[in-house]
Design a protein around this ligand. Sequence first.
Ligand code: NIG
Ligand code: FE
Length: 417
Amino acid sequence: MTKKSFDLIIKNANELITVEGASKYPKIKKQMEEVGTIKNGAVAIKNGRIVAIGETKNLLANTKSVKKIIDAKNKIVMPGFVDCHTHLLFGGSRENEFTEKLKGSSYLEILKKGGGILNTVTATRKELEKPEKITNKTLKTLDRMMSYGTTTAEVKTGYGLNAEAELQMLNVIKKLNAIHPIDLIPTFLGAHIIPKEYINKRKEYINLLLEMLPKIKKLAKYCDVFCEKNAFTAKEAKQILQEAKQLGIKSKLHTNQFNDIGGIKIGIDLKATSLDHLDYVNEEHIKKISTSGTIAVLLPGVPFHLMNKHYAPAQKMIKAGIPIALATDFNPGSCPTLSMQMIIDLACRNMKITPNQAINATTINASHAIGMAQEIGSIEIGKKADIIILDIPNHKQLPYWFGINLIKTVIKNGKIT
Ligand code: NIG
Ligand code: FE
């Protein structure tokens, strides 16, 4: 065998977690327990891609030269986290609401009184007046995300809520994507909430959204709707997502976060890539989703932060054959964390997800939820070298040490960040 030259080798990983074998279809049922562990593993990188994987001894024996070596002794090496549901671009913060919630107000009550998302809309519109400032602020957010192991993130609009500000949000996301190592997948969420100016003119706002779709087509990969009481009805969601679909924009849906108002059927009928939240679902919903080909993106940081103790029935979903992904939902109202490790901690403790299921749900299945599984989500030859090294000797310790950043090194596109 001819020996090869590499840019980077990570060697001696106590466990190299590959999460291999599911780039075509997301993992379901028992597959969610398999993480593809190589003991004393090594991975070689060239031109930003993974080019060799194996036991350290074998890989080094086939190496002619290498520019840099990282020793991952006593550590685990795994694919970078894919955060497939975030609202990471926003103005202001909402710690006052958090204090109100501690006194007993609910998320939907605060929203109904004109707070919540609408507060962030006001703050975001204001900050968008100085695009460089909000861009620089969000670059810091992205740096922090990456330091917690996230290498790809989906980002939703939805805090502009008029033609100009929504478009501006998409342009800021495009800029951030160009200048920050984290890859960003943009989603248009103009249907987040009815903005104040349209409160008694719902139909007009929906028409405005429909008019915006052709203009944002090139900037957004997905169209999402918040289908919930005090937000958008299932009928409205259908109208918006259907129009988007005709333009070639795929669907996602915030649904069954607090109530069941019919969003699941709409999402399934429109072949949505993912249905997100799903905290309030029954057996019938689970059955329907399980045969639909749609991914369930579960967001345990939300019931945790809102303190409503109502988590999605993850194990029932897995048993039924639904592919599960986990994400932060990072936003200033319902989940102000950008740590995927925190989400894994919460999923294990509150949804009884196992460490292995959590790893699949935050890597390969999450990459399917944003249509990126051919490129990322596992350590396999040909994929992008998006790799994290954690300072723990085995992957079962990932959710065990909670509230600690276990990341030692983040490698994005083959480069040490
Ligand atoms: O996914 N539920 C709707 N949207 C976000 C929250 C946004 C906010 O509160 O600012 C969510 O939970
Ligand atoms: Fe969300």
